[in-house]
Write a protein that binds this ligand. Structure first.
Ligand code: PLP
Length: 394
């Protein structure tokens, strides 16, 4: 993990040794933070035009698409809202694949727009079942099937390729939130038949929060151009498209974040996208092995394990908030609990973006020490040893 700048540390904002290990926002490399400090440029000038062109070109590679990608100054939820506002109308029917907190949020946004929302539920920790999706999607004429690629609340990954396959013959859009996935998990938007893909800067894409991305297929753009149902202004794809064709955004974009995102994408290209994805897989596997060696249980089912978010169920008698608090106060390692249905039952780590083997080893060292301090285990280095075995194989 990169050193925290002395200036900020001495101002007391970021304590020395602070380690950001939650499932986003995720750590930002020093090179990307340096890009944030560049002079602000005009968003209507040639410098921004080339910046935006280069950034969207690199994003297309990571998203696996030839389609347009719109940048908006918003968090991931803003992009979720934009995705729906551009293709829904009141009473339009949508299927929501409900398997965790963020798909529930997507359902709430669709309901707020007056859509008729049919849930297709999976138990939390399971991925949506493509056969169940097919059955549901064929039962009625739906405007869209909406799902979360990487459910950060449970650590389960949906098989979006399989969902895309079952929808291929239907006149139904596939809308996917990959806010905590894209950049850290394979994504092939065009090949998998995704119509709208939502991402955000602060997760595997290694930037601070504040910038969100929406890729829209030709089919999604056609629906959006014709849609009149949900009032939209800031998030209107029609405005975004007209501006993007001039290498601009309709409103003032967070230019510094775009510069940072360009730098982060350059780092990913230098490492090589396939190496980036392989690193995520191996770090997540090492962290899971280490945690299991400490007696914790991986929460999601085995076929749906996320490479970017590791969610661990605690044995009876372990207190999640005590663990999270102690890790922070004593070791400065900031991990997450869960605030909705799994509250108190799980702890969560991010393994996304700028994370390396030494981070995982330190995580396990701090976790084992915490469990020892709280009297839950007798520390003996088993977690670190198990992780090192996995890391030695990659
Ligand atoms: N979707 C997923 C899967 C997420 O993990 C998050 C944030 O953690 C969001 C959406 C919402 O993003 P934001 O908090 O940037 O609005």
């Amino acid at each position: 993990m990169q050193p925290i700048s002395a200036a900020l540390a001495t101002r007391g904002i970021v304590p020395p040794g602070y380690r950001l290990r939650i499932p986003g926002p995720a750590p930002v490399p020093e090179r990307v933070r340096a890009a944030l400090a560049l002079p602000v440029i005009s968003h209507r000038g040639p410098e921004f035009h080339s910046l935006l062109k280069e950034t969207t070109r690199e994003l297309r590679t990571v998203f696996g698409t030839q389609s347009d990608i719109f940048l908006i100054g918003a968090s991931g939820t803003g992009a979720m809202e934009a995705a729906l506002a551009n293709v829904l109308s009141p009473r339009a029917a949508v299927v929501l694949l409900l398997d965790g907190q963020f798909s529930e949020r997507f359902a709430a946004i669709a309901a707020a727009m007056g859509a008729s929302v049919d849930g297709s539920e999976s138990p939390w920790g399971e991925a949506p079942d493509p056969a169940q999706v097919e059955k549901r999607a064929k039962a009625r004429r739906y405007r869209a099937v909406v799902c979360v690629h990487n459910e950060s609340s449970t650590g389960a990954v949906a098989d979006v390729a399989a969902i895309g396959t079952v929808l291929r013959e239907l006149d139904t859009l596939l809308i996917v939130d990959s806010v905590s996935g894209v950049g850290g998990i394979e994504m092939r938007m065009d090949e998998w038949g995704i119509d709208i893909l939502v991402g955000a800067s602060q997760k595997a894409l290694m930037c601070p929060p504040g910038l969100a991305f929406i890729a829209a297929s030709e089919r999604a753009m056609r629906v959006s151009m014709a849609a009149t149902g949900v009032p939209r202004f800031y998030f209107d794809f029609r405005k975004a498209k007209a501006s993007l064709d001039k290498a601009e955004t309709p409103f003032t974009p967070p230019v510094s974040l775009v510069m940072a995102q360009r730098e982060a994408l350059a780092m990913m290209a230098e490492e090589g996208l396939s190496n980036v994805l392989a690193r995520h897989l191996s770090l997540a596997a090492a962290l899971r092995a280490g945690c299991e060696a400490l007696g914790l249980k991986v929460f999601p089912s085995a076929h749906a394990l996320s490479p970017t978010v590791t969610v661990l169920a605690l044995p009876d008698g372990f207190n999640a908030s005590k663990i999270v608090r102690h890790m922070h106060e004593r070791y400065r390692t900031v991990i997450a609990g869960q605030r909705t249905r799994l509250s108190g039952r799980v702890i969560r780590f991010g393994t996304m973006g700028f994370v390396h083997a030494d981070d995982i080893i330190t995580d396990l060292d701090h976790l084992e020490s915490t469990l020892g301090d709280l009297g839950y285990v007798s520390p003996s280095g088993t977690g670190v040893r198990a992780a090192k075995e996995i890391l030695a194989r990659s």
